[in-house]
Ligand binder design. Structure first.
Ligand code: PMP
Length: 297
């Protein structure tokens, strides 16, 4: 599904057959989850295939590398250019792009890597959480404590928390988990940010215990352009009572409605909420239908 015998990947300066790209079992990254990555999408637009917010994603990749001390030798411009070349080599225009910076050197020490390796892969990927409104459950797992890890960096090891939280929620029959922070405030999903609507206004968790998603920022811009007030503030699950609707945002998930959080069912179907209006504007923006304004910066 992610690759076949014709798929091309980029590995350490070369375009290679994805099926032949390998990584040694003594690699420091494999043993300690010591790698960083991005999730990016390219869309078909009237101007051809366009990577949405490539600069923001590759700046975040650089930030993540710095946060964990992994060297990355490619500039934002080079990474963007490699992404477009990789899409072209794979004949893809509407696709998900996954750059991964890791430490391939056999190394069992707990020291920063002295060199970083770069893998980039592309594949076709539908909306990660589907397009039906989600039934969420508050996870018994919290988001990692931001004093323990650089939470705003997209570090591979952080996703062990995401895997166990998501799997636990699905094991109890829900579609996805909603994680609290160490203080009991709603933080985010395992791979997406969370918003809710009350009295014509939107609320989402502030920076602190979340990955400040590029989709989240885009939705905030689109909402404010449309005159909708967005609060970035801490809130508990109890404060969701009386909410009209909710949704999640992420590059892979895009914008997806939330039907319920445990027993609490939101008042309106997603289609009748601000989230649905913003989902439409987001789709128009990424596919080049909506003229970029503030939201494209
Ligand atoms: N939170 C987490 C934990 C994520 O993994 C993601 C996906 N990158 C997001 C939020 C959404 O981020 P973005 O909109 O930048 O994809």
């Amino acid at each position: 599904m992610y690759f076949n015998s014709n798929t091309v990947a980029f590995l350490d300066g070369e375009f290679v057959q994805a099926s032949e790209a390998t990584c040694g079992v003594y690699a420091q990254s494999l043993h300690y989850g010591y790698a960083v990555f991005e999730g990016i999408r390219a869309y078909n637009t009237p101007q051809g295939s366009q990577i949405f917010k490539a600069r923001e994603h590759y700046e975040r990749l650089h930030y993540s590398c710095k946060a964990v001390g992994l060297p990355l030798e490619y500039s934002v411009e080079e990474l963007t250019q490699i992404s477009y070349q990789l899409l072209e080599k794979n004949g893809l225009t509407d696709a998900y792009i996954r750059p991964l910076v890791y430490a391939a050197t056999p190394n069992m020490s707990l020291k920063h890597a002295t060199s970083g390796n770069l893998l980039m892969a592309v594949w076709e990927w539908g909306k990660y959480l589907g397009d039906q409104s989600l039934r969420l459950t508050i996870s018994p797992y919290e988001r990692p404590n931001p004093k323990a890890v650089p939470i705003e960096a997209k570090v591979a090891g952080h996703y062990v928390n995401s895997i166990i939280a998501s799997s636990e929620a699905k094991g109890r029959g829900y579609d996805e988990a909603l994680l609290l922070d160490m203080n009991g405030f709603v933080a985010e999903g395992p791979g997406a940010n969370f918003f809710f609507e009350k009295d014509g206004e939107l609320y989402t968790a502030p920076a602190g215990s979340i990955l400040r998603g590029i989709t989240r920022n885009t939705i905030i811009d689109l909402a404010r352009e449309a005159g909708i007030t967005v609060y970035e503030k801490f809130f508990t699950p109890t404060e969701l009572q009386g909410a009209v609707g909710a949704f999640m945002t992420g590059t892979a998930a895009e914008v997806i409605g939330v039907l319920s959080v445990d027993e609490l069912v939101f008042e309106k179907p997603f289609a009748e909420t601000l989230g649905a209006q913003l989902a439409k504007r987001y789709h128009d923006l990424v596919t080049g239908v909506l003229t970029p304004a503030l939201s494209s910066k």
